[in-house]
Design a protein around this ligand. Structure first.
Ligand code: PLP
Length: 356
């Protein structure tokens, strides 16, 4: 896998796909960046390798293939208070199953699973994506939800006909769960298929959308849970733009709760392997995310969930510190929609205090 990552980075920088005959690392590299039209033994441009063709014609032959058949999620220019940079938000709630970017990772991980019974711990979105895709593909799934996962996720999973249990833990990575013999863990924290989904999906789409809109991203900001999104998409942008994109990850400070993301040692997992050394992790509190939602919603007519609001608050922090300014094009990931989190919306309205 890792020689393939080095090859993928080279292909992005040189804008060419070259795969020798009988060259598994080269084939993996092409797959990672989403190039699927190359002739073994030849060197072709990214264009000819299909790199810039993101999304299909929006016809899926089965529900199980919907993620692959879907067009890319929209990117929209938004206004961030206190920021003179151009900010472009990728609206990941347009994904079909969990209405979050977790559809991408789960579709990729489920394809790599060898058993028919799959389980995973999740803060909500991975569980929703897995329950949906498992039902669509005739698989069994057991989901273990973190304490703060939305209540609606639990009900939705039951409706989808899959098993669900709630854990006492606020975060999921350390949770020890065991559904019994014959079950395979999906492995979102360990499997390279997680960041790979964001390399050939999220990251590639950003490149194509920026090209279409006529800008070059200079800053990329994304929230970090498993860090699959920030590391996979950040890797693509870093190499495609030859090191000219500054990548920032976002997480809450230790002890604070922002659904979907978690305090972590940094650089963790995928970030250490895929992002340039020194890539910062910005800490944003729940309070800052709540305050951001309050102004962002009115200014833009959009309601991102807590981790998206935290990401926007991080962007405002970079602007206020003068690290990001008028000449920058900033791409941010908004993982899911605020309507999933009625408690968070109430907090933003000032009706309730923070969740326990
Ligand atoms: N935001 C939300 C709402 C999520 O559900 C998740 C992951 O579950 C993340 C952010 C973090 O994404 P990643 O695990 O790719 O770092």
């Amino acid at each position: 896998m890792w020689p393939a990552v080095a090859r993928a980075a080279r292909m992005l920088r040189t804008r060419r796909v070259s795969v020798g005959r009988g060259d598994p690392a080269g084939e993996w590299a092409a797959r990672l960046i989403g190039a699927d039209r190359y002739v073994p033994g030849a060197s072709v441009s990214l264009e000819d390798a299909g790199f810039y063709d993101v999304g299909g014609a929006l016809v899926a032959w089965s529900v199980g293939e919907l993620v692959e058949a879907s067009k890319s999620t929209p990117m929209v220019r938004v206004r961030v208070p206190g920021c003179r940079a151009r900010v472009w938000a990728k609206l990941e709630w347009f994904n079909p199953f969990s209405c979050s970017m977790k559809d991408r990772a789960v579709a990729s991980l489920i394809r790599g699973a060898s058993r028919h019974r799959i389980y995973e711990v999740s803060s909500g979105n991975t569980a929703l994506a897995l329950a949906s895709l498992a039902s669509a593909r005739g698989l069994r799934a057991a989901l273990y939800l973190a304490r703060h996962a939305p209540m609606a996720a639990e009900e939705a999973i039951r409706l989808l006909g899959q098993r669900v249990e709630r854990l006492p833990h606020p975060i999921t990575v350390e949770a020890r769960v065991d559904p019994g013999p014959g079950w395979e863990r999906l492995g979102q924290f360990e499997s390279p298929l997680n960041p790979a989904a964001h390399m050939r999906g999220t990251g590639r789409e950003i490149i194509v959308q920026a090209r279409h809109a006529g800008f070059r991203p200079s800053v990329f900001v994304a929230p970090a849970g498993t860090s699959g999104t920030v590391a996979g998409a950040g890797f693509m942008l870093h190499h495609y733009y030859r090191g000219n994109v500054r990548v920032y990850a976002v997480a809450p400070p230790r002890g604070d709760v922002v659904e979907g993301i978690r305090w972590q040692e940094w650089p963790s997992g995928w970030a250490r392997l895929l992002l340039p050394p020194g890539t910062p992790l910005l800490h944003v509190s729940r309070r800052e995310a709540v305050l951001m939602l309050r102004v962002f919603a009115r200014l833009n007519g959009l309601l991102p969930g807590p981790s998206g609001a935290a990401t926007l608050a991080a962007v405002r922090g970079l602007c206020r510190a003068g690290i990001v300014g008028a000449g920058d094009d900033v791409v941010v990931i908004l993982p899911d929609h605020g309507l999933k989190y009625p408690g968070f919306l109430s907090e933003a309205l000032g009706k309730v205090n923070r969740i326990p």
